[in-house]
Design a protein around this ligand. Structure first.
Ligand code: NAD
Ligand code: MG
Length: 399
């Protein structure tokens, strides 16, 4: 790091300004730890949060961003008082979209869920480099987003560990496109539970992920394997793959993140320790690599790596996501909306863990919509799918 500092000082290069959307989440924590470790390379120029104004104020004191945005406008005055040195404080959903278009060297999209779509879209329209952690925006509106990426020449670098791995492997596919692409999944916190016990799983048990420390929503998605389903759709869009080229394997160690298989049967894999600072640093510093101060991956210490096909009885959400990916159009958008509502209801203990998949399946069965052509249409379909799922939860018999 000292060598890099000196190098940059000699070249007089200003640190890259990073607009960090979702600064108070776990991706935010990892990104800010890198920013604080490499102040001569990166600077947090903009920070956002939904509700947690206290943490946002603390981050303003520590990182001195030019702009801070609190999505819930009720906290505007309190935040302004708590972070008086921050030049510009903005509030509300529209402010997020406005802030996303402000100049920056890279936009880190790390808000959870569908809420990331509008600001990410605004950043793409501004031609920003998009460092993409959020996957739900691609599931909800992948075709529209990737079209905008092309139109506005906005470079997109994925941060999801499997997609970061694919991104790192992609140069090898230049002359030979991959026959198939495999994403690995840890299997989540309930992987080794008896299937008959799953209906008793509490939110605390479902989010106790064995390998990664992540937000509650993605941790539940990991336990249902919906996370991997969403990631298949994410990979489909980012790497222009056909659904038939995409595949999932359970790999409890979370060290091999993905592999590609060529026509001749050769496979190339990407391995690294399960630490999100690695893919985030790769994206922030691309095309160079940082000498990160992280424990090395020692395969001799690990000894053995395990792989197995996902059990369809244990993970019905993966089948639903597969179906949505193959159907395309508005189906992944409806799947995502129903999943967000079902996961939230599970976290609030209004439904059981095993109710998540049947609820999503019902919404998919009762609601179809034409493929959305505009962002407004995406929002309308998302809204209807959420309302239908919420209505169903109100009468759900989960005894
Ligand atoms: P998190 O729950 O820890 O943090 C979410 C962030 O989004 C917070 O800053 C919160 O304030 C903000 N937010 C939530 N709702 C919002 C709204 N309606 N409007 C504006 N801001 C809102 O989530 P996370 O685990 O950091 O995940 C963030 C995204 O990154 C998710 O899409 C997830 O799938 C993806 N991702 C996370 C990891 C990980 O290791 N955590 C890995 C790969 C991908
Ligand atoms: Mg992932």
């Amino acid at each position: 790091m000292i060598a890099i500092k000196k190098q940059n000082a000699a070249k007089n290069i200003a640190p890259k300004s990073i607009a960090l959307f979702g600064a108070t989440g776990t991706i935010g924590d990892n990104a800010l730890s890198l920013i604080s470790d490499y102040p001569h390379l990166f600077r947090a120029s903009l920070l956002t949060a939904q509700e947690n104004w206290q943490k946002l104020a603390r981050l303003c004191h520590q990182f001195h961003p030019d702009v801070a945005v609190i999505a819930n406008p009720a906290h505007y005055a309190t935040l302004k008082e708590a972070a008086p040195a921050t030049t510009r404080i903005m509030a509300g959903e529209d402010a997020l979209n406005e802030a996303a278009a402000l100049p920056c060297d890279a936009h880190l999209s790390a808000i959870v869920g569908f809420a990331a779509l509008a600001p990410t879209f605004a950043a793409i329209q501004a031609g920003h480099t998009i460092i993409l952690a959020n996957k739900e925006c691609l599931v909800a509106a992948g075709a529209l987003l990737m079209e905008a990426v092309a139109t506005h020449h906005a470079p997109l670098i994925p941060v999801d560990s499997e997609h970061s791995g694919l991104f790192q492997l992609w140069a090898t596919t230049q002359h030979n496109p991959p026959a198939t692409v495999t994403l690995t999944a840890s299997g989540g916190a309930l992987r080794d539970w008896e299937i008959t016990r799953l209906h008793d799983a509490t939110p605390a048990e479902a989010i106790a992920h064995p390998n990664w420390r992540m937000g509650a929503k993605i941790s539940v998605d990991s336990a249902t394997l919906m996370n991997k389903g969403l990631e298949l759709i994410e990979a489909q869009h980012v790497f222009s793959l056909a659904p038939t080229q995409l595949d999932v394997l359970i790999h409890p160690e979370s060290l091999v993140h993905c592999f590609i298989t060529f026509a001749d049967g050769a496979q190339l894999a990407q391995l690294s320790i399960a630490d999100m600072r690695l893919p985030i640093a790769h994206a922030l510093y691309y095309p160079h690599r940082l000498a990160l101060n992280l424990p090395p991956l020692s395969l001799a210490t690990v000894g053995a790596l395990h792989f197995s096909a996902p059990d369809s009885a244990r993970y019905p959400c993966l089948r639903l996501a597969h179906h949505a990916m193959q159907t395309g159009g508005a189906t992944p958008l409806i799947l995502n909306a129903a999943n967000e509502i079902a996961v939230e209801a599970f976290l609030q203990q209004r439904i059981r863990f095993t109710d998540i998949a049947p609820l999503i399946e019902e919404t998919l069965a009762i609601f179809t919509a034409p493929s959305p052509q505009t962002l407004d249409e995406v929002h309308e379909i998302n809204h209807t799918a959420r309302e239908l799922t919420l209505k169903r939860i109100a009468t759900w018999n989960h005894s």
